[in-house]
Design a protein around this ligand. Structure first.
Ligand code: G16
Length: 545
């Protein structure tokens, strides 16, 4: 039996977590000491009494298995009391969040680069979730980052390769390692939140049909268990449910570009009532109806509007929350429901305190994330079950639900222009330039609307009072339209500037228009006033969604 080794190391200067943990190319993580340093920094940042029990799992992408073994060796060497690890090292992000809460762990380590591609030349990531199952707040990620800057040693106990089969237990040093089935606890949680008997009956009787695309990512086994085994959805309606380390050479990002197989199926004759896809680690979701795409912002608003169809929310929504760039559709529903709607910066971690304090029960983001107060992560499979419940309860098809919603609340025509592959300093100059010319921008018009406010979004957490500045530059128009500029915090290479466009439409004949087309002029205006081309060289957005 080996003894604990103390390994000398040197800091890496680039281990500052972004929107959602540390994301880098696999080859960066494979450098000697790189992963080890970061894991030791996580441990160092945790007070002694919070090293009692941790959850560990990842989305199964390339390098997941090796990283799990390394992390276990470091956690054992540091005397962590117990580690609950998913079978074969696999857990979806919402499943990790659930296990942390269910087993009252002190936190968890999640391995994923989410919707980014996987493979030896692609992306990997690691993040820490706290005892409530929420991505670590900025105060904690900053502590971890500071640890990475001064680290000079880490501890490691070399272990034989551990067979990670559910039910196995290992005791090494002072640590008990328990291997859990990746799906069991999560599936059990879903049965407590939804009426499975009713959903199953509706599927069996052909009252509702669903096709789900797991994009060769982590939700494959979750979808098989929940949609097929439990809800009896025919197997052929589940697509790409075999998880693969490179996601089948695909890009596990559930949107109209990367989930085109699902998109085409839903736009074809005879499509099922509901189509859905999830991402690499199972926290994002895309929702479609027959011949129609539901924007994530609208999906959030409709779940709020129909929350009584969802057993989890039958007792009411205390409040709701959205990230700042997400459309204001949910604000109008919240007003109608007479519950508060909070506006947070981008990043699921900002919802944690609101959920913990019981101020909100439903949250969502434009970046295909939705979830409730059952976990502290966004939750793809859960969102699909919400939509299934709404369809079964209302008996209405998705397009009709959307139309009725827009008639009642107006429609936020919403889209996002991404400028990828930019130089980071040039991209930042776009934001600084907008703020510098705030005075002259005020009063400038695009069509009949003029800019009323130009500011940089600052968030003060209503629970702990912490303040987060520079969370995006906003151009707010006098008719409610918005242009938001923000730099992505999840990339692993060059900078991406995101420009979010929103126009509220109340005129009935304009409700069903294509949002991308409808926002074209606003997009051109956003491009010109920010001098993107002059500052970055980008003549047009690289992706429009
Ligand atoms: C992560 C966060 C989300 C956030 C998104 C934004 O998503 O978990 O809360 O909305 O990043 O990404 P960006 O900074 O690139 O705009 P995920 O699914 O990548 O973990």
């Amino acid at each position: 039996m080996d003894t604990i080794r103390t390994v000398s190391t040197q800091p890496f200067k680039d281990q500052k977590p972004g929107t959602s943990g540390l994301r880098k190319k696999v080859r960066v993580f494979q450098q000697p000491h790189y992963l080890e340093n970061f894991v030791q920094a996580i441990v160092n940042a945790l007070p002694e009494q919070q090293r009692r029990r941790l959850v560990l799992g990842g989305d199964g992408r390339f390098y997941n298995r090796e990283a799990i073994q390394t992390i276990l060796e470091i956690l054992v060497a540091n005397g962590v009391g117990e580690v609950l690890v998913g079978e074969e090292g696999i857990l979806s992000t919402p499943a990790v969040s659930n296990l942390i809460r269910q087993y009252q762990a002190d936190g968890g380590i999640v391995l994923s680069a989410s919707h980014n591609p996987g493979g030896p030349d692609e992306d990997f990531g690691i993040k820490f979730n706290n005892a409530s199952g929420s991505p670590a707040p900025e105060s904690l990620t900053e502590r971890m980052y500071q640890e990475t800057l001064s680290i000079n040693q880490y501890k490691r106990l070399p272990l034989p390769p551990l067979e990670l089969k559910a039910g196995r237990e290992y005791r090494h040093g002072n640590t008990l390692i328990r291997v859990l089935d990746s799906v069991d606890d999560y599936a059990a949680l879903m049965t407590r939140l939804f009426d499975f008997d009713r959903l199953q009956r509706a599927i069996r009787q052909g009252k509702v049909s669903l096709t789900f695309d797991a994009m060769h990512a982590v939700t494959g086994p979750y979808a098989r268990r929940i949609f097929h085994d439990m809800l009896e959805l025919p197997a052929h309606l589940l697509r790409n449910v075999q998880p693969l380390p490179d996601f089948g050479a695909g890009h596990p990002d559930p949107n109209r570009v990367h989930a085109h197989e699902l998109w085409d199926a839903m736009m074809a004759d005879g499509a099922p009532d509901l189509g859905a896809a999830s991402d690499g680690d199972g926290d994002r979701n895309m929702i479609m109806g027959r011949n129609i795409f539901v924007s994530p912002s609208d999906s959030l608003a409709l779940i709020a509007e129909h929350h009584r169809c969802i057993p989890q929310f039958r007792s009411g929504l205390a409040g709701v929350a959205r990230s700042m760039p997400t459309s204001t559709a949910i604000d109008r529903v919240a007003k109608h429901l007479k519950v508060p709607c909070y506006e947070t910066p981008t990043g699921w971690k900002f919802f944690g305190n609101l959920l913990d304090a019981g101020k909100v029960r439903l949250c969502g983001e434009e970046s295909f994330g939705t979830s409730g107060d059952h976990v502290r992560e966004k939750d793809g499979v859960w969102a699909v079950l919400c939509w299934l419940s709404i369809l079964v309860d209302t008996g209405l098809p998705v397009d009709e639900l959307l139309l009725r919603h827009w008639h009642a609340f107006g429609r936020s025509h919403y889209c996002r222009h991404d400028y990828e592959g930019l130089d980071a300093a040039a991209a930042d100059a776009v934001l600084q330039g907008l703020l510098a010319q705030a005075g002259s921008l005020r009063g400038t018009s695009c069509d009949s609307a003029s800019i009323a406010t130009v500011d940089s979004f600052t968030y003060e957490d209503p629970v702990d009072g912490s303040v987060s500045r520079n969370q995006g530059v906003r151009l707010l128009f006098d008719n409610g339209s918005r242009i938001i500029y923000r730099l992505s915090g999840t990339g692993t290479g060059s900078a991406t500037l995101r420009v979010y466009l929103e126009q509220l439409e109340q005129r009935r004949d304009k409700l069903a228009l294509d949002s991308i087309e409808h926002n074209r002029r606003l997009g051109q205006f956003a491009h010109q006033v920010s001098r993107i081309q002059a500052l970055t060289g980008a003549a047009e957005p690289s992706v429009i969604t």
